[in-house]
Design a protein around this ligand. Sequence first.
Ligand code: 2IT
Length: 448
Amino acid sequence: MYQSKYLNRVFSNVKKRYVNEPEFISAIEEFFDSMDFFVDSDPRIEKEAILERLVVPERVISFRVAWVDDQNKIQVNTGYRVQYNSAIGPYKGGIRFDSSVNLSILKFLAFEQTFKNSLTGLPMGGGKGGSDFNPRGRSDNEIMRFCQAYMTELYRHIGPNTDVPAGDFGVGFREIGYMYGMYKKLVNDFTGTFTGKGIPYGGSLGRKEATGYGLIYFVRETLKTFFSTTLDGKRIIISGSGKVGKHAAVKAHELGAKIVAMSDINGFVYDENGLDIKLVDELSEARGEYSLEYIKHYPQAKFVDDPKKMWAMPCDIALPCATQNEIYLEHAKSLKEGGCYLLIEGANMPSTVEAIRYFSENGILFAPGKAANAGGVAVSGLEMTQNATHLPWSYEEVDKKLEIIMKDIFKKCHDTANKFNQPRNLALGANIAGFLKVYEAMVAQGVI
Ligand code: 2IT
């Protein structure tokens, strides 16, 4: 129950209408928790039906993707693109290939992306896409045929000023290359349209590392502001075998932190003296997984074959970087027992609503992914600028801009939280600061 009658009304409709979309409902619930401090103070939000509009994506495209596997068998998947909100710029957001992909997950991601993109200060609307195609175990040719088949429909819905996709999990340089190649062939036009592209054909230096590095820049600001300290010597645990966790580990290590535990799909490795991040980096290069190999090199490290058990390890800072809903209430409690005082999300919505409420009631400072992991999409925005101006930037230039953007996002969250007399509530800061820009733009553009 919210204090605001308006929020209760909109939320109960959302729950009724989207009963089969639990992830989408959770994302709205988390957002409304923050709006409850604010929404009644500005009656224009209700009058303009802003929240009723915001809980419905502007457009959802769903289509058949038929392709032929290496055994000459016809395979059929479902492809999607959720074009959530274009109030402040073209739709922008990643594409996810994973067997779990469905409309609920893509709607939640696109909803979050809308506010995340707003926080970057760059002109990008919110979108997300993907397919229930599972790339694991597929040959390179199968991946190519799938990406091409996916693009033969998607190409007509995207463009450099319309909708600019990028990667998400299951989609990296290889997949973007195959999708962009087919897109370019179909439209006969060499424009940006995708970000996260390979460097030789318009990609930005620094994009690959941007989400993880940006996350650590955000952590550094948080430590400085709230704890008057630095990363030096801090014990950090990081989940996920994707690009985010790995690059976060590299940057945190560079800044003097001790990464004591990291998890992948097989389990987690723990070493109280700090893991060998160079080795993790090398081992994860091929498939993202490293834990089973890691303990062969360091038999004194501890290996546990259940990644979820990592949250019980002692640490100062936890950085969940795997996927949605990896931290439930029980994990939040274990983190507290292990001494964790700061949890910052590298993934999108890894903490459940119950876990987030527990953090705030039990003195664990929390920052949401829509602020802390915005570095990836921010550098995507910088890639769009480089493409539009036909000028590539150096790595140093991109990294410097990323650092400035992450500091600015932290400041927006912190200032907004202070404004509402909730100084430690960075989720509130992120949600309201992200919302305000989208809201102003929607009002100015009329009822559409
Ligand atoms: O969740 C995300 O912010 C991304 N997957 C990156 C999106 C992008 O357009 O770079």
